[in-house]
Unconditional design. Structure first.
Lengths: 113, 116
């Protein structure tokens, strides 16, 4: 069975600074990987996904993620964060599809003015 | 993509009562899912609801507590029965859209339930 770990519970970065949120997965084959964002009081919004092909994936809101099979990682990055990026970020892994996905515990991002 | 709405958006209920949450999608979808997000926690899959068949429940969740209906390809309901304060959570429905190799799961806005 697949699993996903987000080692950082809470991260604070300054507005305009770069961001990297870590995600490690466990799955025997090539996984389906996702990053979702949940703003306060909101549902989940898909930022980006990886199924195959180019290991650097571009998403919405200026986010990107890189799939590294050798490290079993799918870290989320943004070169310059905005105050509106403050939210909870969830990494998720699917077992060959998006139909049954397992979520990580989430990383709460705070932005320092 | 898919546009998903849920009703109610939030509710405060007394223990021992039941609440039915509705999920409506703007297009026909085969698979719908119900998740629970307890305060400060991640999402946990409750069950998968396919039209025309019984819902499939994950370990730790039972039909008597969380009965699900799926009368057509655009609608589903989740009932939280005989509620206790431990049921206070956000309940989200989701759907998968796309082909088998490129499908993506989209989520509704959630229903915030508080049980007193």
């Amino acid at each position: 069975a697949q699993s996903v770990t987000q080692p950082d519970i809470h991260i604070t970065v300054s507005e305009g600074a770069s961001l990297e949120l870590r995600c490690n997965y466990s799955y025997g084959a090539t996984p389906y990987l996702f990053w979702y964002v949940q703003s306060p009081g909101q549902g989940l919004q898909l930022l980006l996904k990886y199924f195959s092909g180019d290991t650097l994936v571009q998403g919405i809101k200026g986010f990107e993620a890189e799939f590294k099979r050798s490290q079993s990682s799918f870290n989320l990055r943004k070169p310059s964060v905005h105050w509106s990026d403050a939210a909870e970020y969830f990494c998720a892994v699917g077992d060959g599809s998006a139909s049954k996905i397992i979520f990580g515990s989430g990383t709460r991002l705070s932005i320092r003015p | 993509s898919a546009v998903i709405s849920q009703k109610p958006s939030r509710d405060i209920c007394q223990r021992g009562t039941s609440l039915t949450i509705q999920c409506q999608v703007d297009s026909q979808v085969t698979m719908m899912f119900w998740y629970r997000q307890q305060p400060g926690q991640s999402l946990t899959l409750i069950a998968t609801a396919n039209q025309g068949s019984e819902a499939t429940y994950e370990s730790g969740f039972v039909i008597d507590k969380f009965p699900i209906s799926r009368p057509n390809l655009t609608f589903s309901t989740l009932t939280v029965s005989n509620m206790s304060p431990e049921d206070s959570s956000i309940y989200l429905c989701s759907v998968t859209v796309g082909g088998s190799r490129t499908d993506t799961q989209y989520f509704g806005p959630g229903t915030r339930l508080t049980v007193l």
